[in-house]
Ligand binder design. Structure first.
Ligand code: MTE
Ligand code: MO
Length: 416
């Protein structure tokens, strides 16, 4: 192999750089001097005692969770959405992680917090938060997605916003104790097959989970992205069930009961089962199937600066494991080319992808399509409708189409 000389590399870099710079940046011309001093360069800044708990720049004040006013009659039984259009990497900031409450967010004093592990066990436990923290711990990055993410988009493209069509997902570093460690400690009876996890909010939300999943990768989490769980996410303790529907990730966790059979609650049978066109109903749907979405450009982030180079960016994820590949189409799904996956690519975790695009300034239909490590390929909405019918609520993981207009604006559209 011949070694490229420095001058050649510089030339290649310069050529590639020039072609990548958008028209607006070129218009500014070659620099003749460094940027002028502004007020912030001519005075002392704020001291280290001015903000014991940090805040985003005040210029980022529009980057907030949002909700859809018509989705629910009350805010304490509602959802707010993560602003994915402003999330640069795979980690969702704690203050921006979507919220889903069935009866509002309780305020729990950690000194009074107790977690009970009971049922078909040799030695039931009642743990304080400190007791819990003494167990061997793990720290893993996983997404949590509500299966109602994208619900408004089942019948048609209804909401012109990435945040509101895809924002019921967040991805965090969850730190805590593996549920298997605690189940080991209490000694599960040989005939036990299920657990019921319940929360201490007003809804006392509870969910049944098969024991095998609990012994596999579930975490009783108290840490989130370098600090304690936020109250929104279940402070002081939540259950994290990697890759499975958001609703089983019980927040404000107060009890794990081991049993032989699942406790069928009203919600599990009426809300989280799906009636299929065949007349049959899917009872337990747990795993979040693979999904991807382009986060730039999107309705909130149009193309600014005319034709030229743009990096298409997005996220892909799968509840069944790792993302294997992402393909991007700029012609409404007629042809696809592979996107680049950004490290790290982790199991049941957001994966970032990028795709270089020379936009010719003409209208375009852009899409991303993920394939996960099991070989599952993200379906189109037409394929989804065939199996699920036209008006389900949950599990809309269909390919998203963004329509780029000649002026750079972006619309949410559905192709039939
Ligand atoms: N105790 C309790 N746990 C709960 C809920 C709740 O209302 N109460 N909502 C569930 C639902 S439906 C989802 S999608 C996730 C949302 O997690 P997040 O609010 O941290 O985003 O929490 C789940 N855990
Ligand atoms: Mo949910």
């Amino acid at each position: 192999m011949t070694k490229p000389n420095r001058r050649d590399m510089f030339k290649v870099g310069a050529a590639a750089g020039a072609s990548m710079i958008a028209a607006s940046a070129r218009a500014a011309g070659a620099p003749s001097a460094p940027p002028a001093d502004n007020a912030w360069s001519n005075s002392l800044g704020h001291g280290v005692d001015s903000r014991p708990y940090g805040q985003p720049s005040r210029f980022e004040k529009n980057v907030v969770r949002r909700y859809i006013p018509w989705l629910s009659p009350t805010r304490d039984a509602d959802a707010s959405f993560t602003p994915l259009q402003d999330q640069p990497g795979i980690i969702t900031s704690n203050g921006l992680f979507f919220e889903r409450y069935h009866s509002g967010r309780p305020t729990i004093n950690p000194d009074q917090y107790r977690l009970m592990i009971s049922g078909l066990v040799r030695k039931p436990l009642l743990l304080t938060l400190n007791d819990l923290m003494r167990f061997p711990s793990v720290s893993h990055i996983h997404f949590i997605e509500c299966p109602a993410n994208g619900a408004t988009e089942w019948p048609a493209a209804q909401v012109n916003s990435l945040q509101l069509t895809h924002g019921m997902i967040g991805c965090s570093v969850w730190t805590g104790v593996k549920l298997s460690t605690l189940l080991d400690e209490v000694g599960v009876a040989p005939d036990a097959r299920w657990i019921v996890a319940s929360g201490s909010d007003g809804a006392h939300m509870d969910r049944s989970l098969p024991l095998w999943k609990c012994l596999d990768d579930c975490i009783i989490a108290y840490g989130q992205n370098g600090e304690a769980l936020r109250p929104e996410q279940g402070y002081p303790v939540r259950l994290v069930v990697p890759g499975w529907q958001g609703n089983v990730n019980i927040k404000w966790l107060r009890q794990i009961e081991v049993s032989k059979i699942p406790a069928i609650t009203r919600e599990e049978t009426s809300e989280y089962s799906e009636l299929l066109p065949s007349g049959e109903a899917l009872g337990f749907t747990w795993v979040m199937d693979a999904k991807s979405v382009i986060t730039f450009p999107c309705p909130e982030k149009p193309l600014q600066g005319g034709p030229g180079f743009y990096e298409i960016r997005g996220f892909a994820w799968s509840g069944r494991g790792k993302v294997k590949r992402v393909d991007v189409s700029v012609d409404g799904g007629k042809t696809y080319r592979p996107a680049k996956l950004d490290d790290p690519v982790l199991s049941k975790c957001l994966t970032r992808f990028t795709f270089p695009w020379q936009w010719d300034g003409k209208p375009a239909l852009i899409q991303s399509r993920v394939t996960d490590e099991t070989g599952y390929v993200q379906p189109t909405i037409v394929q989804k409708h065939k199996f699920w019918g036209n008006d389900p609520i949950y599990e809309n993981n269909s390919i998203q189409t963004w329509q780029i207009l000649a002026n750079g604006k972006v619309n949410n559209v559905q192709l039939s």
